[in-house]
Design a protein around this ligand. Structure first.
Ligand code: PEP
Ligand code: MG
Length: 592
């Protein structure tokens, strides 16, 4: 008699949308094998240094190869993450440090490298800080690659993966994820993976569904067993019964995680609701290549250029005014006449790629970040301002100031900008008049004093990612605090409501540029609250435009009246899902 296997369900956290059906395959954590240890004598030092440089070179080559795969797959956002890894490998301080260590310890490079990395890992092990954890995983990822390249026999994970695999493991590294072929790997299940971690971003960019927070030890029993990963609701079903399989088979066909229409001409340039309200949809960019998608998806403007990401991985202090100017000039030229809102460097907190930023703040997100950092390092800020202001005659652009928490910061920054304009003009540069200056609203104090801030600037941009973090006192990166990170929390809704009401009085344009603007379920909420400008990563634009043009503004306004009475985030979410879940499912179908 044929044995009927029991269906088992694991509940986790959805990380990357989509349905995956396939066979579970355990990804062994990389233990690095045996690290040889032997002493070397003085004449051999040079040989070890050459071996180290060669391994770094090969690792960079691997990463460029991964970038090309990602680019071909259209996972543009993931390309810049890998770029950060390449820059870490190129870091002259790290390389000089390693070479110095070989000379000091007089042992083979594998041993010295492993020693340095282990010291680093031990120092930060057990950290609950999301960005430190992310950095730790990046370092682990890179060190595995370098050690592999020091051994003659390299790991060949991708080649050994059978088609339709669902990879599961404790924690996957960004490059491991980037390297997997989306033709072979249909899904991921992990124990640890923060929603905004690099690994998660790459999974989403590649369109591979993932569920995290699943006990991998329990799952091991089911290695090589059939499973379904539901990246929408965050469940993993082992040995699915025939009707479960059928249900998910249909769901999988009607939903596509990528949601990019095959025919870009189907994406409208004007985005209007059913009752003819125009909504502007613009793009958040972090990389020059993002600008290709901007053209494809007929974007109104670049609503947010995260300038610090243009130079990702490299120490921002190392860029001269001229180098920065050339980069901004490329952005404005490739934007093809669309306005670009350049955000001044957002350094510190979960970002931080500047050697000037404080390395030992106990709480970097509450420390010397963004505008605070810029105003306390004015030489550095002036350099960026000079480079930015020099492109004002090349195309429409505005400057956005991150993390304004007090109107005096804005006034101080504006005074500085004005003095830089005067200096540049006196040096013969052509700088246009009336450069628009905006404030990022992402701290509760800025929301509560937005009437004061509004009088001093030309537009607002609501950074919901940070606004949620700071309002709900929850780390936006850490997985542990993810349950507290609630975009539909009444406090967030009230804040946006207050901001929109106040800015109407001042006739100030307001843009929402956080992740909320990329989530179709949040669109009726934002429109109902009065938001008319949204900015999100290019790949979400088709989906967001379709959502807007399927909505009735009148209905969203009515719904907000009910939502403003809700006491909890799940209540709000329930109302939104009740009204729009089916619409989103049908749009997904038409988009794929
Ligand atoms: C935000 O905080 O919502 C935002 C858009 O800025 P970033 O994610 O770069 O902090
Ligand atoms: Mg922010």
């Amino acid at each position: 008699m044929k044995q009927v296997l029991k269906e088992v369900i694991f509940k986790g956290v959805p990380i990357s949308e989509g349905i995956a059906m396939g066979k579970l395959l355990f990804a062994e954590p990389w233990k690095g094998g045996h690290t040889p240890e032997f002493s070397i004598n003085a004449p051999e030092i040079h040989k070890e240094i050459i071996r180290y440089r060669q391994a770094i070179f090969l690792s960079q080559k691997d990463l460029y190869h991964i970038q090309n795969i990602l680019f071909r797959e259209g996972a543009i956002e993931a390309v810049s993450i890998i770029d950060a890894h390449i820059q870490m490998l190129k870091d002259p301080f790290m390389n000089a440090f390693m070479e110095k260590k070989i000379r000091q310890i007089m042992k083979n490079i594998e041993y010295v490298f492993r020693l340095v990395i282990t010291e680093y890992e031990t120092k930060f092990a057990g950290t609950t800080n999301g960005s430190v954890r992310q950095k730790l995983l990046d370092v682990k990822d890179l060190s595995q690659r370098v050690l592999c390249n020091l051994h003659p026999k390299k790991q060949a994970m991708a080649k050994e993966i059978p088609p339709r695999s669902i990879i599961f493991g404790q924690e996957l590294t960004p490059s491991q994820t980037a390297e997997t072929s989306s033709e072979l790997v249909k899904g991921f299940v992990t124990e640890i993976c923060g929603t905004t971690s690099h690994t998660a971003l790459i999974m989403r960019a590649k369109g591979i569904p993932c569920v995290a927070n699943v006990n991998v030890e329990l799952l091991l029993e089911y290695n090589h067993t059939s499973a379904i990963v539901d990246g929408y609701s965050g469940i993993v079903i082992i040995n699915p019964e025939a009707n479960t399989y059928e249900k998910y088979h249909q769901k999988g066909q009607t939903t596509s995680p990528l949601l990019i229409p095959i025919d870009p001409s189907s994406v409208s340039d004007q985005t209007m609701t059913q009752d003819c309200c125009k909504v502007s949809v613009s793009a958040n960019i972090e990389h020059l290549d993002d600008l290709d998608l901007v053209k494809l998806y007929q974007v109104d403007e670049i609503g947010l250029c995260r300038s610090e990401f243009l130079f990702l991985g490299k120490d921002l202090r190392s860029f001269s005014e001229e180098e920065q100017y050339l980069m901004y000039r490329q952005v404005i030229t490739r934007a093809g006449g669309r306005r670009v809102i350049f955000r001044a460097f957002d350094i510190g907190g979960d970002k931080g790629n500047c050697s000037l930023s404080p390395s030992s703040e106990s709480n970097p997100s509450l420390g010397c970040r963004a505008i605070r950092f810029l105003l306390s390092h004015q030489d550095f800020f002036v350099l960026q301002l000079r480079a930015l202001l020099r492109i004002t005659s090349l195309g429409p652009m505005s400057i956005l100031l991150p993390l304004i928490s007090d109107v005096t910061e804005l006034i101080e920054a504006k005074t500085l900008i004005q003095s830089v304009v005067t200096d540049l003009r006196s040096q013969g540069y052509q700088i246009i008049d009336n450069i628009q200056i905006g404030a990022m609203i992402e701290v509760p104090s800025a929301v509560l004093t937005c009437d004061l801030i509004a009088k001093e600037c030309d537009f607002f941009s609501i950074g919901t990612n940070d606004l949620i973090q700071y309002t709900l006192a929850t780390d936006r990166v850490s997985h542990n605090t993810q349950p507290y990170y609630k975009p539909t929390h009444p406090s967030i809704i009230r804040m946006i409501d207050h901001l929109i009401r106040e800015t109407k009085k001042h006739r100030l344009p307001v843009n929402v540029c956080g992740e909320m603007a990329a989530d179709p379920l949040m669109i009726p909420l934002l429109l109902g609250l009065g938001v008319r400008r949204l900015s999100c990563a290019p790949r979400y634009i088709p989906k967001i435009k379709k959502m807007i043009s399927s909505l009735s503004l009148t209905q969203t306004k009515l719904l907000i009246k009910e939502i403003l009475y809700c006491k909890t985030a799940p209540e709000v979410e329930h109302i939104l899902k009740d009204h729009y879940q089916d619409l989103i499912a049908s749009l997904t179908q038409s988009c794929s």
